[in-house]
Design a protein around this ligand. Structure first.
Ligand code: HEC
Ligand code: HEC
Length: 204
């Protein structure tokens, strides 16, 4: 199984904070796209410790970022910065990035192809998830779970992360508050949450 050590990664993060503030000072405005992608690729080198190569996470509770909708990624970064979304590690990390660095990272991540790595769930669970999804979730996340500018892509997302996110919305734990998703998860049982997560993880 995948092994990773959060404490070791946090120690490495301290080094990144230092180099981000230097590159923030050097960040340019209005640069051509190819340059933005190049800078984004460099920044993402560190993020890859958790989010995987090219934003494809191999850890069940860490989201894939590859191919995620860019306006959604930007909005989540803003939320980590202003405190509407809280994660002990991500909040500090995103706050340490300049707006230009965030834009470069988003441009790079959105241009990558999602390559899901989660092992397939049992077929019966996926089928249960599919029918729940088709009643409720497709309205915003789309038939193929690709989302749109403000709604995240769920197709191929790490199932452990989807479960964690849905429970947070449902239970109002405070790490992530969003009225729309609170309303849409209120009625979900743990088993339904697991099933929907298995289903969207199986989509490509
Ligand atoms: C130590 C591990 C770690 C590192 C390094 C890391 N992240 Fe994260 N990231 C996470 C975890 C865990 C979450 C999920 C947080 C939650 O549960 O809300 C997350 C969530 C995110 C999200 C929200 C995704 C979504 O689908 O809503 C974005 C965007 C993000 N990270 C960007 C980055 C960027 C950009 C970097 C590099 C500058 C980075 N992360 C580095 C662990 C990490
Ligand atoms: C009315 C529109 C709407 C409906 C219906 C809806 N969602 Fe969402 N969903 C959103 C929006 C908008 C967000 C972004 C919320 C945020 O910023 O936290 C979101 C976020 C999410 C996330 C977090 C994704 C990530 O990358 O962190 C998951 C998981 C999710 N929805 C799953 C579902 C499931 C499963 C259903 C059906 C039970 C559903 N949603 C129904 C609009 C909707």
């Amino acid at each position: 199984m995948h092994r990773w050590d959060m404490r070791a990664l946090r120690r490495r993060a301290l080094g990144l904070f230092a180099c981000l503030s230097v590159s923030a000072a050097l960040a340019q405005t209005a640069a051509p796209d190819a340059k933005a992608l190049e800078r984004g690729a460099r920044l993402i080198g560190f993020c890859a410790n958790c989010h995987g190569a090219n934003g494809n996470s191999t850890a069940p509770e860490i989201p894939n970022l590859a191919g995620q909708n860019p306006a959604y990624l930007e909005e989540q970064m803003r939320r980590f910065v202003d405190g509407r979304r809280k994660d002990p590690f991500m909040s500090g990390l995103i706050k340490a990035m300049s707006p230009a660095e965030r834009a470069d990272a988003v441009a790079y991540l959105a241009a990558q192809t999602m390559q899901p790595s989660a092992p397939p769930a049992p077929a019966a669970q996926i089928a249960e998830g599919r029918s729940y999804y088709a009643k409720v979730c497709f309205r915003c996340h789309g038939e193929q779970a690709r989302g749109d500018a403000t709604v995240p892509r769920l197709a191929g997302q790490q199932p452990g992360y989807v479960v964690k996110s849905l429970k947070r919305y449902r239970d109002g734990t405070g790490e992530r508050l969003e009225p729309v998703m609170a309303a849409n998860t209120k009625m979900m049982s743990d088993a339904q949450i697991q099933a929907v997560a298995a289903y969207v993880a199986s989509l490509r």
